[in-house]
Design a protein around this ligand. Sequence first.
Ligand SMILES: Cc1ncc(COP(=O)(O)O)c(C=O)c1O
Length: 445
Amino acid sequence: MKREDIVTLDKRHVWHPYTAMDEYIARTNPLVVVRAEGPYLYDADGTRYLDANGSWWVSTLGHRHPRLVRALTEQAGALPHTSLAGVTHEPAARLARELVAMAPGAERADLAEGERLSRVFYTDNGSTAVEVAIKMVAQYWAQNGRRQRTRFITLSGAFHGETIGSTSVGGVEVFRDIFGPLLFDVVHVPSPADPEGWERAFAQVEATLREHPDEIAAVILEPVIQGAAGMHMYSPEFVRAVREATRAVDTFLIADEVFTGMGRTGARFACDLAGVVPDLLCLAKALSGGLMPFAVTLATERIFAGFGGGSERALYYGHSYCGNPLGAAVAREVLAVYRDEDVLGQVARKAPKVKAAFEHMARTIPGVTRPRAVGMVGAVDLGSGGYLARGGWRVYEAARRRGLYLRPMGDTVYIAPALNIPDAALDELLAGVEASLREVAAARP
Ligand SMILES: Cc1ncc(COP(=O)(O)O)c(C=O)c1O
């Protein structure tokens, strides 16, 4: 099919996510991706684009990694799908064991059995990984003697997904406001990434827990980086302090590592940077390497045990594709590639380059501020206009002319590329971001 015909059909029928469609239909010449390989996307017009965000933070091993493609094909030849209700299969069983063995705290001898992340619940995207965590917590307290515990503490700037439950615990106003009447009530505390420092946010978490220990079901957070807020980064000390405060009143901590997990921050999980074991851990995106929609929620043995004792106490939750064999087989291979290619070692080597490059940009380009980096994530701001600001989109256009796909978040320009991006491609990416920012800065009145 010709490129323009694809675009015509698309503009006639496709409703794109996170897109102002009238503007898109009138003015956007979209990328029409026909092929992807490693860190690159290929447009139908022959242009090659360096994928600066791993296609929505998913492809941490690059596109079409041959080992992942092989694992997918082999599994498709044997068992592409079965439900997981009273049925099981080898990929789901083996993946669960592997995830439990690498979860935060797995190596800690001092951890009580009940505090170990020893159970794996499968879903198929990050939002549902969070949604089921919310339901697990609510049901656990309802049937284990703490019926009043129904409120969640969440951080301003948090993003946990698109379902009504995960939107309720979100803290980015532009994504929440319109649904206000449908959302359940939560306790919002300031973001630990605010310039005032994490201590202010923590003081409010601690005070709320102390004053309402009977009401708070859990604290939920994205450890160390609030991604969708605009790559807001904060100290692991906050996560540690929150863990201690939740333990002090015996309530739960949900770590949403849909973005930060799988080596993005330089550690396997951002919780590991803080030395923290949460009660629930949500993973998606990179877990299945960009080949299948796939997600997990790891739960402690204590939470799991709270659902035993009769069929009326079971967790009645599940999606058609829970634990899909294709996703599970690919995720197992993702974990194997991380081990075999020493992906964490690669991040340790490349991360200082990312940090130095973003600091250099903020130091030398007028109007570019707040350089920040953790692991393979680097970001700067062009203003303070939030998600709907247009500054980043001017950089997007400049970057596109240079063969980079650099989708911004409002005024925030960032990279979150494949963790195994070759050195030369990383150099090309950082140089391209800098040149694009300079071009936009120079064109300002
Ligand atoms: C921290 C976090 N949680 C949950 C989600 C939702 O994941 P999904 O888009 O797979 O539903 C996202 C998506 O960006 C995320 O960054």
